[in-house]
Design a binder for this molecule. Structure first.
Ligand code: AMP
Length: 509
């Protein structure tokens, strides 16, 4: 995952962009960046780490201009360096800076094509660079006076050539702000508007919480296959240039289960309400299994809403038996198996008085590898619980996500290896395990909306909406991914070794 924002204002916007990126910090803590355009020149500041580590007063002051694109990075493709952080920039035509959320599945093929056909070379391993260059090459080929039509034509070419999931925002130097959402609308993108006297500012972001915090009114979610263009005078035009509209819309279900902020509303569905409904559905499944806990405890933070509702329906106490230190960072964000186990203990503590001599029902949103889960169960047991059951708001994760969630290789899934809930429970040390079912999940997440017909839940049912994900593509992505994890692991080990030898590495900025 990642977070992106595009902003069109009437005065300096860098500070507001940084505030917006803070709202999207949960979508990526690996790197952050902002590009602005002041009418003449682009300004670009990026760095590794948290938004607040990347932007100080000096950097913000350098980011002049009333148009901006920004990004928080979660490392799926691309190295962990500042050079690979977004936004990325290309000079021609006009100068374009772009940031995105998503994952391109035909990256290798496009990279080759861009070199051979479009005579464009890439300088990073980030997939936004291929989107940026396909867009730029297409825009350069278009002609005619009406720039909006040229933007729509270039967007249509992106949708034709670039496979995978992506929502993006770009500044086109001298022209305005562009945003688009892939033809299946897998990744979220929402548009907001703010009237300032007779002037109107615009903001496109991964999540509605950004709009709320910055005081923009929600206009609407971008439609699948839609391109939006805000011209220099602040006029917004948009067109759906690809996809099958609502029929083909496949928003990622994992956004609701785990990734997005509970205070966001994506495609008409409140993330918080979806989690409450998941908790209710889970309670019925727990009851069917004749599990009789004394207390319901969420694994913080993403499972709290579900646990609360699950406890209410079961008529049990809800207790915060686990506390999270939110300054440690998400477990997965520090990749590597050894790190994950270490991080759990640094991140979570048990409140023994809430679990001692009790049968505890732990509610969590998902099990991917089982590493975190095993550690959490061990901690609760060590604190004196007499039994530990597990209820999970997602169905078993058994297929790689090729669209940007950090689970891309088949061998990492515990549910794929062990198959039955009984065997998985045994492996993670639980006395019982209840998984959500796919039909119950779909019903719960949708709730009353008519807007969403189907979700992308490829990680659960193996149906990849983009249609291009063959076993061959999966193998390529897996081997790329394994190579990258090995590289990252080696870099971390080297850093640890130099630290223990007393050498302080230079912090990349
Ligand atoms: P594990 O037991 O190692 O499979 O980890 C399960 C935990 O990881 C759950 O608490 C989830 O909230 C969390 N989780 C699931 N998917 C992801 C992801 N893509 N990135 C970070 N954390 C995740």
């Amino acid at each position: 995952m990642c977070g992106f924002i595009g902003m069109f204002g009437h005065g300096p916007v860098a500070r507001e962009m940084a505030d917006g990126l803070l709202v999207l910090q949960h979508r990526g803590q690996d790197a952050a960046g902002i590009a602005t355009f002041d009418g003449e020149t682009f300004h670009l500041e990026r760095g590794t780490g948290l938004v607040r580590e990347c932007f100080d007063e000096h950097r913000l002051a350098r980011l002049k201009g009333s148009m901006a694109v920004g990004h928080t990075r979660y490392p799926t493709v691309g190295g962990g360096t500042a050079e690979d952080a977004q936004p990325l920039y290309t000079n021609a035509p006009y100068g374009i800076a772009m940031s995105h959320n998503g994952n391109v599945t035909n990256y290798v093929e496009l990279k080759r094509e861009l070199g051979q056909k479009d005579h464009r070379r890439l300088s990073t391993t980030c997939d936004v660079e291929v989107i940026l260059n396909v867009f730029a090459a297409a825009l350069a080929r278009t002609n005619g006076k009406d720039f909006a039509s040229r933007v729509f034509a270039a967007g249509a070419e992106v949708f034709r050539r670039v496979k995978g999931s992506y929502s993006a925002a770009a500044i086109v130097g001298g022209y305005g702000l562009v945003a688009f959402r892939d033809p299946f609308g897998i990744k979220p993108a929402i548009l907001g508007k703010r009237a300032e006297g007779r002037k109107v500012s615009w903001c496109v972001a991964s999540e509605s919480a950004v709009l709320q915090v910055l005081g923009f009114e929600v206009e609407r979610d971008l439609a699948p296959g839609e391109v939006v263009y805000v011209s220099g005078d602040g006029k917004l035009v948009s067109r759906v240039v690809a996809g099958r509209g609502a029929e083909g819309h496949r928003p990622c279900v994992f956004e609701y289960i785990y990734f997005a902020r509970p205070d966001s509303v994506i495609d008409d569905v409140s993330v918080y309400r979806a989690r409450l409904r998941l908790g209710e559905a889970l309670a019925h499944l727990v009851r069917d299994r004749n599990i009789e806990p004394d207390v319901v405890v969420p694994v913080p933070d993403s499972a709290r809403a579900a646990a609360l509702e699950c406890a209410r329906v079961l008529g049990l106490k809800y207790r915060e038996g686990l506390l999270k230190n939110r300054y440690v960072g998400r477990t997965f964000i520090m990749p590597g198996q050894a790190n994950r186990v270490k991080n759990v203990r640094a991140k979570l503590t048990v409140l023994p008085m809430e679990v001692e001599r009790k049968r505890v029902l732990l509610v969590d949103d998902s099990i991917v590898r089982g590493t975190t889960t095993r550690e959490v169960i061990r901690m609760v047991r060590d604190a004196g619980a007499s039994a530990v059951y597990l209820a999970i708001t997602a169905p078993p994760i058994v297929h790689p996500c090729v669209y940007g969630i950090d689970m891309q290789t088949r061998h990492e899934f515990i549910a794929r290896k062990l198959k039955t809930p009984e065997r998985i429970a045994e492996a993670v040390g639980a006395d019982g395990l209840v998984y959500m079912t796919i039909p119950e999940m779909v019903k719960a997440v949708k709730g009353p909306t008519k807007r969403i017909r189907e979700f992308c839940m490829a990680c659960m049912d193996g149906r990849y909406p983009t249609g291009d994900v063959t076993p061959e593509v999966l193998r390529t992505i897996e081997s790329e991914r394994s190579r990258e994890s090995r590289k990252a692991e080696a870099a971390r080990e080297a850093e640890e070794a130099s630290l223990s030898a007393g050498i302080v590495p230079r912090r990349e900025r």
